[in-house]
Design a protein around this ligand. Structure first.
Ligand SMILES: CCCC(=O)SCCNC(=O)CCNC(=O)[C@H](O)C(C)(C)COP(=O)(O)OP(=O)(O)OC[C@H]1O[C@@H](n2cnc3c(N)ncnc32)[C@H](O)[C@@H]1OP(=O)(O)O
Length: 454
């Protein structure tokens, strides 16, 4: 009966009828067909008249014209032939009567039209209301989701803030510790420099093997304060030496090292300074042990006290005939403080370490080999005679330093991490180091040469 057009997303479409209404607030429009039009449609089949563009119920005159003439011409154009046949008076009253009837019918149609319009308005309002409720519910869901998300974000932010506070605290602490350490190192360095004498000499050779000489022969190569500072500087140089594969540490003039300079020890015998010196040397020797190259202590003559500790900061110990390694600390009323005890336990085991420290055991080459402290004894005819001992040591080390430096350095790195780190961290380091050699020149060359390992 009605062709409604709802511009409110309800899915109803305009049928394009005559007459209608538009409610801007609702955003919809309806377009009813008048009864007259429907009747006309019915009479003419599907052909559509241009007169169907009425936007409201037809006027009485239009109504009349449509009923009698079929088209809209001038109002009340009467069929002339008929007027002549029946006489003007009769015809006029009949027409008047008919006109009244039509007027009445038009009024009824208009009322019906208004009723239908109201019904439609109500239906549309209901549809609109339902739609609004649905939209409201959707909105409510969206708002709830957003609120939940906001809550989640807030709790995440709180967690992050807490973590940030913790991290900041930890960093502050670490920074403070580092600052304190730097200040302490500066202080101890200045103090150590006040006890000069001797030197720590470093020669880097083309072979990739460096020689570091503890050089203070007047005091049996005892470490003066300035030599401790120099040792630390040499570690920095060795750490930067990327071609390095090996290091030999020796003492000047045929003896290894008699520990710390007793004159300096006496001068800084208070616990605070002793601790600082101890920390300084621990740090330097730890760096020595971690160098990515194979290091060997060439022990001639005596390695006493701190000198014995120095040998344990190398990967290997080679002893010349007649040499001794002795932790004399007990005799001095001390224990090792340069990290020597911790390293010794790892080298010879705690039983042997106990014997060596507990009795200030004098370890000769034979015993050294026996307990695993010595890795080799020089045997050449001129062993123990300076330059030749060094040559022999270089030959001995050669089997470890033969090959490309990246591979040799990688081997040392994985061993150090395996020794010092917890398993997970060590495995991670191993992966990283592996990545540096896999597919590298040495690896590709070996693959190309189809090497056999016999
Ligand atoms: C945490 C670190 C703990 C430490 O390292 S504490 C120090 C431990 N070391 C010592 O106690 C070594 C004491 N020295 C010795 O036992 C003997 O001098 C040593 C090394 C066996 C050599 O004996 P000899 O061959 O008979 O020669 P020598 O005694 O005449 O010494 C020649 C000159 O060197 C000096 N010397 C040796 N070791 C020294 C040292 N550590 N500090 C300061 N000076 C030291 C010794 O005083 C002597 O000098 P001078 O000719 O008398 O002016």
């Amino acid at each position: 009966m009605w062709n409604g057009a709802f511009g409110n997303g309800s899915g109803l479409r305009s049928g394009g009828g005559g007459g209608g209404g538009y409610v801007p607030a609702q955003g919809w429009e309806f377009v009813p067909c008048s009864r007259v039009e429907r009747e006309r449609e019915r009479g003419r089949g599907k052909s559509r008249s241009p007169l169907r563009t009425f936007s409201s119920p037809p006027t009485v005159t239009q109504f009349y014209e449509q009923s009698h003439c079929g088209t809209v011409g001038s109002s009340l154009e009467l069929p002339r032939g008929r007027v002549r046949a029946h006489g003007p008076g009769t015809h006029h009253s009949r027409l008047k009567k008919k006109f009244e009837g039509l007027k009445k019918r038009h009024g009824q149609d208009k009322e019906e039209w208004i009723r239908e319009k109201e019904i439609l308005l109500r239906q549309v309002a209901e549809i609109q209301g339902g739609e609004n409720r649905r939209i409201l519910l959707d909105l409510k869901t969206v708002v709830e989701e957003v609120q939940l998300e906001v809550k989640r974000e807030e709790s995440k932010r709180s967690e992050l803030q807490l973590q940030h506070t913790k991290d900041t605290g930890a960093w502050e602490l670490e920074r403070a510790e580092l600052k304190c350490r730097i200040a302490q190192e500066k202080e101890i360095r200045e103090k150590l420099q006040a006890f000069p004498g001797g030197s720590i000499d470093l020669v880097k050779q083309e072979s990739g093997i460096a020689v570091l000489t503890v050089n203070n022969p007047a005091r049996m190569n005892a470490f003066s304060g300035s030599m401790m500072v120099e040792l630390e500087e040499r570690m920095s140089q060795l750490e930067e030496w990327t071609e390095g594969k090996g290091l030999i540490i020796q003492g000047a003039a045929g003896t290894f090292c008699s520990g710390s300079d007793l004159n300096a020890v006496r001068a800084i015998s208070n616990p605070q300074d002793g601790m600082k010196m101890c920390m300084f040397m621990q740090n330097a020797l730890t760096r020595l042990l971690r160098l990515p190259l194979f290091s060997v202590a060439l022990v001639e003559g005596s390695a006493l006290g701190g000198g014995a500790e120095l040998t344990t900061a190398c990967d290997f110990r080679l002893m010349a005939p007649g040499s001794v390694i002795q932790f004399v600390h007990k005799h001095m009323g001390l224990v090792p403080g340069w990290g020597g005890a911790a390293r010794l336990v790892r080298i010879v085991g705690s039983q042997n370490a106990l014997k060596m420290l507990g009795n200030a055991l004098n370890v000769d080459p034979e015993m050294g080999l026996q307990i695993g402290l010595a890795d080799g004894v020089l045997e050449g005819p001129l062993a123990g005679s300076g330059a030749n001992a060094l040559l022999e040591a270089e030959q001995w080390l050669g089997c470890y330093t033969k090959g490309p430096s990246p591979v040799i350095r990688a081997i040392k790195k994985v061993v150090v991490s395996g020794r010092e780190l917890p398993l997970e961290a060590a495995l991670r380091t191993e992966r990283d180091v592996f990545g540096t050699v896999w597919g590298g020149p040495a690896n590709l060359q070996a693959l190309a040469s189809k090497a056999k390992h016999k």
